[in-house]
Write a protein that binds this ligand. Structure first.
Ligand SMILES: Nc1ncnc2c1ncn2[C@@H]1O[C@H](COP(=O)(O)OP(=O)(O)OP(=O)(O)O)[C@@H](O)[C@H]1O
Length: 493
């Protein structure tokens, strides 16, 4: 038992944004060597709390004690000097500079940064690479390595793993544990309980801006925490084994044969029929980013064929893919949202792409559908005037809600539930299934393996740019998916 003062002890923290009460009684204590989860539904106030603790925002009131001394953390630099270093939910890197310049701007020691990148499995990262050319997962790892290079006493990770495939999640969890073994502390925000169970000793639970629990992580904790977070228990989701699989026949909506593109995509083939949800599983950098970019018209393939409804198509521009009925939800929500526009305008975007449908009746129908989507996805609209002011999970709901509202022929979903809380995820899977049941074809890349059984009919596994396995979702348990994703399978599609 130690009598040392906690490294960080915050209580009674309040924060308003105009009429929005983001925090009303947030509290959290962390001691040396502890890993503490900070949990809560989308919009509960987790990111706001982290920003206050790390000097990016000022609290309206409350107490923050660092090593026993009351402090006002006035700026990020001050937080850093006190040993509190965050990795925020969105990459904090300047897109038009290269990695080295970003390091220089933040005063990061390149040698320490490189050592952490190597530890996280990125020993060959080119420091002259432009940030905008790197995939989201790599940017998250750069953010983490940069934070680790400053040797923080308390590392605050805000959904660090949400955009990461399984292999990188493992690397992050290993590093988090090492921090605690070295006597440092970590505040770990995630919607993935499996990760929390692996590394955290306890969870602080926020609900509607107030800390409502501080729970040890032990058997049975998950249900208790979910109930505290939501005020209710949630039903388990329906899995592929529990529902009838569609029997695809006739011309596929989308057929891809021998597709390759400069970079990591070498040879991908599959057929996707109306009414079907086809999962895509891959570890980091196996060609999945390139596959979706090619299908969305954002990257040119250098071999292979794409057919839509049986006719070969070439997409020179995203507009060509959209004209062919392919709607893309990118992994990086910043690429999908008009951040300064309202929730309603963002949800209604596909309607305004069809100006012939304008008129009073369509306007009313549009309004009804948008309102229904907000309700079905429980989008927190307290800051609805500007999407950029919503919490991360609520922004993500808008990116997919847009297509769920409007309907579409072929939907390309790239990790659509990133950062979405457990209850909303369980609401999104049936909505994707409904969309398919109404005739849409859905391609669904997920970095969370359990989603394949919850949302898909079949799945393909990509390794080294090729499809190495294909299976019905009912057989896609995690061990089989992992074996295939690491290339340990002989069968090919
Ligand atoms: N700059 C801002 N202006 C107005 N409202 C804001 C602003 N920043 C956050 N909010 C609001 O504060 C509330 C809490 O948001 P916060 O991002 O802290 O939630 P969160 O728990 O991190 O959610 P998520 O799990 O979705 O990331 C939300 O209602 C959000 O819309």
């Amino acid at each position: 038992m130690t009598h040392e003062a906690p490294l960080l002890d915050a209580s009674g923290v309040e924060k308003r944004f105009g009429a929005v009460v983001a925090l009303k009684a947030a509290a959290l204590t962390i001691r040396r060597g502890e890993i503490v989860a900070l949990m809560g539904a989308n919009g509960a106030g987790k990111s706001t709390f982290v920003k206050i603790l790390t000097g990016a925002l000022r609290a309206d009131s409350g107490h923050v004690r660092i090593r026993g001394t009351e402090r006002v953390v006035g700026s990020p630099a001050e937080a850093r000097r006190s040993g509190l270093v965050p990795v925020y939910q969105e990459p904090s890197l300047i897109p038009d500079l290269d990695v080295a310049d970003n390091l220089r701007l933040g005063g990061t020691d390149p040698a320490k940064f490189k050592a952490w990148m190597a530890e996280l499995g990125f020993s060959t990262l080119d420091l002259s690479a432009m940030i905008h050319s790197l995939p989201l997962a790599t940017l998250r790892i750069i953010d983490l390595a940069r934070a680790l290079a400053s040797e923080p006493d308390v590392l605050l990770l805000d959904e660090m793993t949400a955009a990461l495939p399984t292999d990188l999640v493992e690397a992050v969890l290993r590093v988090v544990k090492q921090q605690a073994e070295a006597g440092r502390s970590v505040i770990y925000i995630s919607h993935r309980f499996a990760e929390i169970a692996q590394v955290c000793q306890r969870a602080v639970v926020l609900r509607d801006g107030a800390t409502v629990g501080d729970v040890p992580i032990e058997a049975g904790a998950e249900e208790r925490i979910v109930e505290m977070m939501l005020g209710e228990a949630i039903k388990p989701g329906e899995t592929a084994a529990q529902r009838a699989a569609p029997a695809p026949s006739g011309t596929p909506r989308l057929a891809v044969r021998g597709l390759g593109a400069t970079g990591k995509l070498t040879d991908v083939s599959f057929a996707l029929h109306p009414g079907e949800v086809l999962g895509v599983v891959a570890l980091e950098g196996q060609g999945q980013d390139e596959l979706f970019e090619v299908l969305a018209g954002a990257r040119k393939p250098d071999r292979g064929v794409i057919e839509v409804e049986g006719s070969p198509r070439r997409f020179a521009h995203p507009a060509d893919a959209i004209a062919a009925g392919l709607s893309f939800v990118p992994g990086n929500r910043a690429d999908a949202l008009a951040m300064q526009q309202s929730v309603r305008d963002n949800l209604a975007l596909p309607f305004s792409a069809h100006p012939r449908a304008w008129g009073p009746i369509h306007m009313r129908r549009e309004g009804e559908i948008v309102a229904r989507t907000i309700e079905r996805l429980q989008i927190d609209t307290r800051a609805q005037g500007e999407v950029g002011r919503l919490s991360g999970g609520n922004q993500q709901k808008v990116t997919i809600g847009r297509w769920l509202a409007h309907g579409c022929d072929t939907l390309l979903l790239f990790d659509p539930t990133r950062g979405i809380d457990v209850r909303t995820k369980r609401q999104i899977y049936p909505l994707v299934r409904e969309l398919a049941a109404s005739g849409a074809a859905v391609l669904f890349y997920s970095s969370e393996l359990e989603e394949i059984q919850l949302a898909c009919d079949r799945c393909i596994v990509i390794f080294n740019g090729r499809v190495v396995d294909t299976m019905p979702a009912s057989k896609a348990d995690e061990p089989r998916l992992m074996r295939a994703a690491y290339g340990l399978t002989e069968s090919a599609a």
